[in-house]
Structures are given as structure tokens and as C-alpha cells.
Design a binder for this molecule. Structure first.
Ligand code: PGA
Length: 248
């Protein structure tokens, strides 16, 4: 049985003081019995968020890091810094990083390898543009993204990776993939993983859906066979997130 995982991707929202207010509103109402709950906050908010989440089972993550250990990489943070500040998850390969900050498949693979060798738990994003969806070639594209990301990743590290399928056309647009569309691709990703590794990894790796998840559609999405929870952007900044976590 795969435990569901619901992560809130706060993106570039929430100052330190806003972080305190939002966590105060959410922390006691998000049930962590059946679901792993992760707040993926801006790096600068991690220390404060850690303090605010004391006594809860809610986990913390950051949205980015660089794959080198230390040195002259102005503006970047390392895996060790994230772990030391108290976060354990990290998002890798979000479409906003790929598109706005020009991160390519090779860099994403390096980040995935580094996250695992450092002890960070990666949430690896993949997903196609509207153009590819309409052309019908989205599965080829996703297969390429997954194969490249997992190059040289060991079986045990693959098992500890969370994959988030996030069609770009559904992110922040209010246009969710239907639960059948989301299930089709999550199932397809599971099959690719099965071919790259084996049946154990295939049936145990967790695959989330992301893209305009809200309190109204979470249940239908998360009850699909191959969807193990969600990566939630906009709705993770509101009390609505409680109803997404407690979708049952
Ligand atoms: P959204 O963002 O829920 O606002 O569509 C999801 C994401 O980008 O992770």
C-alpha cells in the first residue's frame, strides 16, 4: 500500500511573517494519519516554518537547490544547507524552473542524484506543454523526461523518489486535467519506471498529480489507482489546503 503524499508548493509567496500566520491556520487541521503532508516553502522561510511546525508530523521542503557541495555559486543553496535548516524534501525539475530558469534534463538528473546522495527526498516534476498535448506526442516527451532524470539512479533511490506529473497547461490556469487524463499519464509513468527498474519499484514508487488541484477535485484525482496524492500550488496558500489533505 502506497501512502498518499500531498505537498503544498508555496512558490515565491509568503514572507517570514506570513509563513507564521499561514502555518498557524493550517497545522492543527491537516491530518497526517493517512497522508504524508509537506509544506514546500521558500528557502528563507524554512527555519521559521520548522519552529512553527514543532509538535506536528507535517514535513518541510524547499523548491530548489544546486547540485554542488559548496563554493562560488552566487545565489545558490546546497542540499546540506537545506537539511541543516530542517527541511527534508526538495522539488526538482518543476516546469517553472525548466522554462523560466532554463534547467535542462542533464541538470535535473544531476540534482536528482545529488538529492539522494545527500539524504534529501526529491519530488521530481515532469509534464508536457499544451502544444505537445494537442499534438498527441505528450507520452513520448514524458518518457524522455523520466528516462533522463533517472539515469544512474539506483533502485533504492528510485523507490525514495516522488514523481509529480504536472501538465504545464494545468498549472495555475484553473484548468485541471480530468481525473482520467491524469490517471492515464500517472499509470504510463509507472510503466516506464517498471521497465527501468522492476515490479517492486513500479508498484511502490509514489506518483502525484499537480495542476490546479483544489478542494473540489482532490478526492476524485487522489482516488485513482495510480495517483498517490498531489502537488498543490495556489490552493496550498489558503485554508482550502486543509480540505485537500483531508480529502477523504
Ligand atoms: P497550481 O500549481 O496548483 O497553482 O496549478 C501546481 C504547481 O505548480 O506545483
Amino acid at each position: 500500500m502506497r501512502k498518499k503524499i500531498v505537498a503544498g508548493n508555496w512558490k515565491m509567496n509568503m514572507t517570514v511573517s506570513e509563513t507564521k500566520d499561514l502555518i498557524a491556520k493550517l497545522k492543527d487541521k491537516c491530518s497526517t494519519n493517512d497522508v504524508d503532508v509537506v509544506f514546500v516553502v521558500p528557502s528563507i522561510d524554512v527555519t521559521t516554518a520548522k519552529e512553527c511546525l514543532k509538535g506536528t508530523n507535517i514535513k518541510l521542503g524547499t523548491q530548489n537547490f544546486y547540485y554542488e557541495d559548496k563554493g562560488a555559486f552566487t545565489g545558490e543553496i546546497s542540499a546540506k544547507m537545506i537539511l541543516d535548516a530542517g527541511a527534508e524534501y526538495v522539488i526538482i525539475g518543476h516546469s517553472e524552473r525548466r522554462n523560466i530558469f532554463k534547467e535542462d534534463d542533464a541538470m535535473i538528473n544531476k540534482k536528482l542524484l545529488k538529492a539522494h546522495s545527500s539524504g534529501l527526498k526529491p519530488i521530481l516534476c515532469c509534464g508536457e506543454s499544451l502544444e505537445l498535448r494537442e499534438k498527441g506526442t505528450y507520452k513520448d516527451f514524458i518518457e524522455k523526461q523520466i528516462k533522463s532524470a533517472f539515469e544512474n539512479v539506483s533502485e533504492s533511490d528510485a523507490l525514495n523518489t516522488v514523481i509529480a506529473y504536472e501538465p504545464i497547461w494545468a498549472i495555475g490556469t484553473g484548468k485541471t486535467a480530468t481525473s482520467d487524463e491524469a490517471e492515464e499519464v500517472c499509470k504510463f509513468i509507472r510503466e516506464i519506471i517498471g521497465k527501468l527498474y522492476n515490479d517492486n519499484v513500479k508498484s511502490n514508487i509514489r506518483i502525484q498529480y499537480g495542476g490546479s488541484v483544489n478542494a473540489g477535485n482532490a478526492r476524485e484525482l487522489f482516488e485513482k489507482e495510480d495517483i498517490d496524492g498531489g502537488l498543490v500550488g495556489g490552493a496550498s496558500l489558503k485554508e482550502e489546503f486543509i480540505n485537500i489533505v483531508n480529502y477523504k
